[in-house]
Each structure stands twice: as structure tokens, then as C-alpha cells.
Ligand binder design. Structure first.
Ligand code: UP5
Ligand code: MG
Length: 196
């Protein structure tokens, strides 16, 4: 797959706070539209599990709710994209900061075509995360508070940037999974290209 130069693949960034439903909605997008789902958080958790050289740093960063250095995350995303034949990617939970965004653009030479933002009240996000019970090291009240702070301070500016560029689609992330997906469906229906 050629990423740099020419017409690269269709790229959709999926953003939203912790527990806003990014992963849940991505699974439905994959099923309905066949995009390839890359969750930055999952790629990082896989690195920890594989005892790679960055594993300990990544684990400590995630426990603190902070952001892993851009080079590490972008390189994981790059590896996945370049080893895939897919022409349409959903990149979930990335970029989390302006620095992440700039690193992706610089290293990949690509920008997203669209950005979905799952807009969810804090209280709802906290409840969802604390009731998930999947054993994630960051699903505890202390880390969730930190994740929310980092989201507001560093991720909201990225979301605002894409709003200014006319690429942002804001989804009301309260309601049932299906109700929320109807809004997502409307975005993809209007785009047409990714259903082809
Ligand atoms: N749920 C989902 N939808 C629901 C609905 N409509 N009604 C009721 N419940 C609903 O959903 C969360 C929970 O809510 C689930 O139990 C689900 O069933 C339920 P989910 O779809 O998992 O939400 P999601 O937004 O994916 O939440 P997640 O916790 O994964 O988001 P985060 O952004 O916090 O986590 P991520 O895995 O992306 O990142 C984890 C950490 O990795 C970060 O904090 C950071 O330290 C690090 N990281 C980086 O450093 N860089 C990166 O680029 C990415 C991650
Ligand atoms: Mg997730």
C-alpha cells in the first residue's frame, strides 16, 4: 500500500473521551462498511503484552493516563497500514494531541479524510469505563480522572482543529449503541465512497 504521495487510502480518525464508545461504534462501522479498524490503544496494549522494548514505558504511561510518545504510536500505526491491502482505515483514539497529529502528518505524509467525534458527558463516560470490567489497568477512578484531564487539555484542541478544517462530524454519544450508530450511518451514507 502506498501512503506517501498520490491518492492514499481513505482515513477516518475516531475521537472522543475515555468510554465515549469509540471501540463499540468502530466494530459496527467495520461490519457495515468494511473499513480496517486500528485502535491506537489496542496496538499499545499489544506492545505491552509482547514484552517489546517500549513495553514498560507504554504501561507506565497508560497507568498515568498520559500520552505515549508520538514516534512510538505512529510507528505502530504505520506498520499496520503498510502491511495491509486495505484502502480504508478507521484510526481509533488517535491523534490525542496536536503533537500526535503533526507527527502523523509528517511521518505518513497523509491527513484524515474525515474525523468522527463521539461527544459524551463526563459522568456517562466515567460510568461506562468503571463498569467495563475487562481488567484494563487504566479503568479505575484515579486514572479515569487523569484520562479526562488529558482529553480536555490535549485532545479537544485537535478536535477543534478538524472542525476548522471542515472535516469534523460530531456524534451525540448518548443513547443506545444502535441509536448512536444511526448518526454514524448518516455520515457514511453522505460520503458514499467508503461503501464502494
Ligand atoms: N458502551 C459503549 N457504548 C455504549 C452506549 N451507547 N451505552 C451504554 N454503554 C456503552 O465503550 C466503553 C464501555 O461503554 C464499554 O463497556 C461499552 O460496552 C460501553 P468503548 O466502546 O470501549 O469506548 P471507548 O471510547 O473505546 O473507550 P476507551 O476506554 O477505549 O477509550 P480511551 O480513549 O480512554 O482508551 P484507548 O484504548 O484509546 O487509550 C488508552 C490509553 O492508551 C490512553 O489513555 C493513553 O494513555 C494511551 N494512548 C496513547 O498514549 N496514544 C494513543 O494514540 C492512544 C492511546
Ligand atoms: Mg477503545
Amino acid at each position: 500500500m502506498q501512503v506517501k504521495g498520490g491518492k492514499g487510502p481513505f482515513i477516518c480518525f475516531v475521537l472522543g473521551g475515555p468510554g465515549s464508545g469509540k471501540g463499540t461504534q468502530c466494530a459496527k462501522i467495520v461490519k457495515n462498511y468494511g473499513l480496517t479498524h486500528l485502535s491506537a490503544g489496542e496496538l499499545l496494549r499489544r506492545e505491552i503484552a509482547s514484552n517489546s522494548e517500549y513495553g514498560t514505558t507504554i504501561l507506565n504511561t497508560i497507568k498515568e493516563g498520559k500520552i505515549v510518545p508520538s514516534e512510538v504510536t505512529v510507528s505502530l500505526i504505520q506498520k499496520e497500514m503498510e502491511s495491509s491491502d486495505s484502502k480504508k482505515f478507521l484510526i481509533d483514539g488517535f491523534p490525542r494531541s496536536e503533537e500526535n497529529r503533526a507527527a502523523f502528518e509528517r511521518i505518513m505524509g497523509a491527513e484524515p479524510d474525515i474525523v468522527l467525534f463521539f461527544d459524551c458527558p463526563e459522568e456517562e463516560m466515567v460510568n461506562r469505563v468503571l463498569n467495563r470490567n475487562e481488567g484494563r489497568v487504566d479503568d479505575n477512578i484515579d486514572t479515569v480522572r487523569k484520562r479526562l484531564q488529558v482529553f480536555k487539555a490535549l485532545n479537544l484542541p485537535v478536535i477543534n482543529y478538524y472542525a476548522r478544517r471542515g472535516k469534523l462530524y460530531t456524534i451525540n454519544a448518548v443513547g443506545t449503541v444502535d441509536e448512536i450508530f444511526e448518526q454514524v450511518r448518516a455520515v457514511f451514507a453522505a460520503l458514499k465512497l467508503v461503501t464502494e
